[in-house]
Design a protein around this ligand. Sequence first.
Ligand code: N01
Length: 561
Amino acid sequence: MFDFLGKLIIERPAGIKMSDSKNDNQFDVVVIGAGFAGMYMLHKLRATGLKVIVLEAGSDVGGTWYWNRYPGARCDVPSMEYSYSFSSELQQDWDWSEVMAGQPEILKYAEHVADRFTLRKDIKFDTRVKSAHYEEAHQNWLIHTEDGTSYESRYCIMATGCLSVTNTPEIPGAENFDGPIYHTGQWPHEGVDFSDVSVGIIGTGSSGIQAIPVVAEQAKHLTIFQRTPNYTMPAYNKPLTSEFREKARANYDQIRADQRASLAGIVGYGFGFGGADLVEPTDTLKNTTPEERAKLVEEQGFGAFRTFLDVGLDPDANEMACEMYRQHLATIIEDPKTAQGLMPRNYPIGCKRPVIDTDYYQTFNRDNVTLVDLRQGGIQQVTSTGVATDQGHYEVDALIYATGFDAMTGALERIDIKGKNGKSIKEEWHAGPRTYLGLQIHGFPNMFTITGPGSPSVLSNMMVSIEQHVDWIADCIGHLEDNQVRAIEPEEQAVNDWILHVNEVAKGSMFTAPSCNSWYLGANIPGKPRIFMPYVGGVGEYRNRCDEIVAEGYSGFTLSK
Ligand code: N01
């Protein structure tokens, strides 16, 4: 166990300034969260000689991979790309077993990193942060945890994750249900045995779509309550050969460089759709005839429209692609009514987060699976024995909520964060999140948000975006320390300009189409302001802008001595 009152003294590289002497609860930096962001932040800051602690609500490292242990949980980014690049030895040593790794393997990787870099000794687990208040008089952050401890720190770094606060809709009667209710995002660590159990699952986003095939294999019966069908593509996951791993490892420098310069932080090195390389779409779907489109669907299935550039830009071309999608779907599902029920309609492909699945649609051909298309009649209430809908009552013994997260802002707003003049983050963000670069908030000096709203974040391979932010923040703190600067915060005008830019680049994309309701827009949480939160301009462009800002002497930031 981590000995919190014990020694936090670490070896300081020669030439690096020692922090002032401090008592046990005074730090240079408090990092909140020990997922991949918090872990790397700790490793990086240690090298600067500052006194750092990480506070983590869970009992171990891993963040999203620690909590999301539902059956079928898997990453949809190739594992050799969804991994740290900061240590060449680490990336040469670690063997990924599959193209897209499952949750247990990714958690093992996080644990390995924690062991390898002895991270746990500076992480206080089972510690949930309740509040973080900026004390203007001392230019410090005062951080309180639920166990009643207070920490004082010059810098406060939020590594709280973008999809870490679960969304549990208040469905009337849920408290009267006789069986257990699970949430995919807070899955029991000991696992759940669904043998001989009739299970109901609410939600068909990435989590539901991953869990459904695996639960169906085990359960007596699985009833799927689907409000909005999703567009989902097969993952074509498979074991990695040692030849492939070796080849990728030999090319890691190039792969990492290409990731950093790309749009989404993914190169797709050898892992593209159906085993083919990823392609840059260039063709125009609107120039094709119905016969040509039908042929494409017959030959390429769900991949039929992947080479067409206008699908992402032109609503009419997008609707053609949606129709091609539905045509192929109809050929997979045996029961025509179920096929109709699974067909997404009235919103574009590319509005919601793309879903990658394993045997999702095939699952609906099983005898023990029932689809309840809630578009034909919604949920009225949960009863003691099941779920009552406008289409009738469905008996289930156990319920799974695969109902997602209060994304991007949820984890930050759940903490009582107050900046200058006692202004809360909730007040500052009452009309939606306002940041400069997704890294800092005006009026909250020395607080940083890793992969915060306004950065590429959830639109990218999170590992690439996490590493970029951590490196930027560590360099920034190093600059402040070297130049005896006491505080940094963005100018209000810089925030306004950045938000304008974030909205500008998202305009015209399918993400912000009027018919689109996604968690990117906050549309899944009642009362949440409808604002497109991540930065769509791409990780390469974004990185360049962040670097330019540093080269311009931190333009848009106020640095005070
Ligand atoms: O959550 P979601 P998720 N009654 O919000 C439904 C990442 N992730 O956990 O669409 C009935 O996407 C809701 O219906 P609707 C990934 O970024 C990644 O699945 O609002 N239904 C929807 O179907 C992903 O996008 C991986 O109409 C209700 C579902 O619940 C993000 O996490 C794996 C309802 C929620 O879908 C979130 O995915 C898993 C209600 N009252 C997650 N309330 C990979 O790496 C909500 N729903 C592969």
